[in-house]
Design a protein around this ligand. Sequence first.
Ligand SMILES: *[C@@H]1O[C@H](CO)[C@@H](O)[C@H](O)[C@H]1NC(C)=O
Ligand SMILES: *[C@@H]1O[C@H](CO)[C@@H](O)[C@H](O)[C@H]1NC(C)=O
Ligand SMILES: *[C@@H]1O[C@H](CO)[C@@H](O)[C@H](O)[C@H]1NC(C)=O
Ligand SMILES: *[C@@H]1O[C@H](CO)[C@@H](O)[C@H](O)[C@H]1NC(C)=O
Ligand SMILES: *[C@@H]1O[C@H](CO)[C@@H](O)[C@H](O)[C@H]1NC(C)=O
Ligand SMILES: *[C@@H]1O[C@H](CO)[C@@H](O)[C@H](O)[C@H]1NC(C)=O
Ligand SMILES: *[C@@H]1O[C@H](CO)[C@@H](O)[C@H](O)[C@H]1NC(C)=O
Length: 834
Amino acid sequence: MMGFMKFHKLFIWIVFLLSLSSCYSQFTPADSYSIDCGSPTNTSVGNRVFLSDNLASSYLTTQQNVLVDTSANSIPQSEYSQLYRTARIFSQTSSYSFKINQPGRHWIRLFFYPFSASNYDLKTAKFSVSTRDHSLLSDYSTVNSTVKEYSVNVTDSELEITFTPSGGSFAFLNGLEVVSVPDPLIADEAASVTPPTNFRGLLTQALETVARVNMGGPTVTSRNDSLWRSWVPDRGYLKNPSLASNVSKVDSVRYPKGGATEDDAPRSVYGTAARMASDGDPKSNFNVTWEFPVDRGFRYMIRLHFCDIVSDALNELYFNVYVQESNVLPDFDLSIKVGGLALAYYQDFVTQSLNTDTIKISIGPSNVNNALPNAILNGVEIMKMNNSDGSLSGGDIPASSKHSKSKVGLIVGVVVGLIVAVVLIVVLFFVHKRRKEERLNQSKIWIPLSTNGISQTMGSKYSNGTTISAGSNFNYRCPFAAIQEATNNFDESWVIGIGGFGKVYKGVLSDGTKVAVKRGNPKSQQGLAEFQTEIEMLSQFRHRHLVSLIGYCDEKSEMILIYEYMENGTLKSHLYGSNYPSMSWKQRLEICIGAARGLHYLHTGYSKAVIHRDVKSANILLDENLMAKVADFGLSKTGPEIDQTHVSTAVKGSFGYLDPEYFRRQQLTEKSDVYSFGVVLFEVLCARPVIDPSLPREKVNLAEWAMKWQKSGQLEQIIDVTLKGKIRPDSLRKFGETAEKCLSDFGVDRPSMGDVLWNLEYVLQLQEAVLPNDPDENSTNVIGELSPQIHDFHTGGEENTNTGIGQFEMSSGDDISGVSMSKVFSQLVKSEGR
Ligand SMILES: *[C@@H]1O[C@H](CO)[C@@H](O)[C@H](O)[C@H]1NC(C)=O
Ligand SMILES: *[C@@H]1O[C@H](CO)[C@@H](O)[C@H](O)[C@H]1NC(C)=O
Ligand SMILES: *[C@@H]1O[C@H](CO)[C@@H](O)[C@H](O)[C@H]1NC(C)=O
Ligand SMILES: *[C@@H]1O[C@H](CO)[C@@H](O)[C@H](O)[C@H]1NC(C)=O
Ligand SMILES: *[C@@H]1O[C@H](CO)[C@@H](O)[C@H](O)[C@H]1NC(C)=O
Ligand SMILES: *[C@@H]1O[C@H](CO)[C@@H](O)[C@H](O)[C@H]1NC(C)=O
Ligand SMILES: *[C@@H]1O[C@H](CO)[C@@H](O)[C@H](O)[C@H]1NC(C)=O
C-alpha cells in the first residue's frame, strides 16, 4: 500500500514536471517565415524549410526583379550553402511583407552571398534595407557571404522589409527569415557599463547582432541552438590567445530554475569557456582580452554568459570583468549568483554611445578571499542598438556567421532534454527530501542546548530577559518571517559580509538584539552540506572563543543561520584594507590567544578532534571588546579516530593558508589548522594580505616571505610599520619562533594548538612584564616571580602538552567570562607582589 502511494505520488510529480518543462523549453514561434529568394523550389537547410519566393510569391509585394543562380562549386561551405545558390535582384525599390500573428520582438535574418551570374556581379550591388520604423542597412555592399541578424519589436500586424537600390545600382538577397523571439529573451533593463544608473527601454530598441561568440569552444550552428542562432569561436577576437586556455564540460551544464534557459544559450555554449591560462600559478596577474570591431556613434547591448565549469567547489572562483575600462563585475562570484557549479548565468550591460571602433571585454583575477587567480567567460553577444533616428545603419562590420535548423533534430532534442530533466528533477527531489529528513533529525540536537549555558550567555549579554528567550521554548529554529523582519527583508544595504556560503546581513531582533544573519543560497546543494555541518558543529561546541549560534531557519528550503553579532567585524579588517585604527601589539596578541584558545578547544574539547579547515583572519571575529571568536565551521571535519592518523578528504580551504602537506597528500590532521594559524600569526605581525599578487615575486606569498626573514633572524624588518619600536625584542623573537614552528613543512614537526597557546601567552608576558608605563609594577620583581612558571610553560610545553594544558585550563579557568589571560596573569603577579 505504501509502495503504491509512493509510486502514485511519483507519477503525479512526473506529470507535473513534464507539463512544467514542456511549457518551459518548447518555444514555438507564433510567426516563422523562412524564404529562399529566387529559388524555383523549396529548400531544406538542415530540417528547416526555406520556401521558394517564386512559389510562395505572396510575400513579395513588388514584381520588378530577376532571378539569378550560380554554379554549385563556387559556393562557400556553410550551413546556409543551399540558400546561396540563388538570389533575387531588385533594380527598383521592392518589399517583402509578412503577416504578424503576435506582436513583439522578431528576428529578421538577411542572407547574402554576392556571386557573379550572367549579367550581374552581385559584388557591385549597393542598396539600403529598412523596416517601417528602422533603417537596417544603408548603401550596403558585400564581397563575402554574410548573415545579418536583427531583432525588432514589431507592434503592427504586418512587417514590411524594403530594399532600395542606391543610385544607379541594384539590390540583391539570397535568403530571408522572420521569426518570433521569446519574450523573456530581452528584458527592458540592463546594467550600465558606466554606472550608477541602469539602462531602461530595451524593449523598444531595435538590435543588430554584431558578434555572437562561444568562448573556448567550436562553432555552434543554428542546428544546435533552440532559436536558430549561430555562435562563432572566440580565437579570432582574442587579443593575446596565449593567455587563454579552453575548458569544456558540456555534459555538466545545468539551467537553474528561474534563471537562464536553453533559449538564452545552448549547452554547447555554456559548456565551454575560455579561462586564464594561469596553470594554477598563484602569482598570475593578467587579463584575458577580446576585441570586437563595432561602429562608433552607437550604443551596444552586451550579454555575457557564464557557467562555472572550472571549480571543484563553491566560492573558489572570484574574478573581475571589464567592458572597455570599467570593472562591470568586480570580485564576481558565480557561486553567489546561481548557488551551484555548472549552472548557466548571463548578465546584460549597455554601453554609452561609443567613440571607438572596438569593444574591449576583459576578464582578470580578483584578489578577494585570496582565491587562486582565475577567470572565465563562456559566451558573449554584442548587439548594436538603434540610434535616436531609429536607425541601425552606418558602416558595416563583416560578421562571420552562418545558419540552419531541423524539425526532427529539434523534436529529438526536446524529448531527450525532457527525459533528462525529469530524471534529474526526480533524483533531486528525493535527495532533497532525504536531506530534509536528515535535517529534521538534526534539529533535535538543539533542544538540550537550551540548558547548556546558552540561556545564561544570552541572559547576561542582553540583560533584557524577554529578548530571544533562549531558555524556555525556543529551540533555535526561527520562523522565516521573524528573520525577514529582523533584516528589513534582507535589505542589501544591511549586508555586512559575503562568506563562503552566502551573504551575511546585520539584523535586529524585535527586542533590539543585534544579530548576524547568514543566508545560504537556497539553490546550493553544496551549501546544504555546509549548513548542516555548521549547525551540527555549533550545537556540540560552546566556547567563549567560538562564535555562538542563536538560531537557524530551514523553512521553504532556506538555509539561514543566526549568530551573535560581532561588533568589530573580522580580524582581517583590523589588520589592513579598512579604516579601523591600527591595533597595539598587546591587542593583537590577546586576539591571537583567544583564537588559539577556540581552536585548541575544537581540537581537544570533544571525544573526537574537530578540524576547522578554514582558519584565516577573515574567520576570526571580534566582539565589542575586541575579544576573538572563531567562526565559519562550514568546512569542519571530525578529525582522525584514535587508530588513524589522518582524515583523507578533498582539499578545501583558503589559498595562502593551506597546509602544503594537506595539499600534497590530501590528508587532514589538526596540524593543518596549526599551519593556517601560523600564517595568521605572520599576518597579524606584518598587517598585509597572505597573497598579494601586486607585490614583487618573492613577496607575494606572506608565509614564504616571512619565513625567509624569520630564518635570517631579521623578522623586525618586515613588521607592520605601526608596531615598529613597540614590540619588545624578546616578545618578537618568541612570536617569530612560534609562527615558524607552526609553518613547519611536516605536520609532525608542528606544535599542537595547546603549545601554540602556551607560547603566545608567554609572548604576551614577555611584552607585558616590562611595560614601563604601569606604575604598580616593579618589572624586575615580576620577571623574578614569573620566570619559573614561564620556564615551565616554555620548555615543558612542547613535550608534555596534554597534561600541561589540562592543568592550566583547570587552574586558570578557560571560561572566565570576559577576562583575558594576560589580566589573570597580571592580577596573579600583583596579588603575589603585595
Ligand atoms: C513548398 O512549401 C510550401 C509550404 O510548406 C508548400 O505549400 C509547397 O507545396 C511546397 N512546394 C514544393 C514545390 O514543394
Ligand atoms: C572576405 O573573405 C576573405 C576570405 O575569407 C577575407 O580574406 C576577406 O578579408 C573578407 N572580406 C571582408 C570585407 O570581410
Ligand atoms: C514592444 O514594445 C512595446 C511598446 O512599444 C512594449 O509594450 C512591449 O512590451 C514590447 N514587446 C517586447 C516583446 O519587447
Ligand atoms: C580552443 O578551442 C578552439 C575551438 O575548438 C580551437 O580552435 C583552439 O585551437 C583551442 N585552443 C586551444 C589553446 O586549445
Ligand atoms: C550539436 O548537436 C548534435 C546532436 O544534436 C551533437 O552531436 C553535436 O555534438 C552538437 N554540436 C555542438 C558543437 O555542440
Ligand atoms: C585589466 O584590465 C583593466 C581594464 O582595462 C585594468 O584596469 C586592469 O589593470 C587590468 N589588469 C591587469 C592585471 O592587467
Ligand atoms: C531606438 O528607437 C526607438 C523608437 O523605435 C526610440 O524610442 C529609442 O530612443 C531609440 N534608441 C536610442 C538609443 O536612441
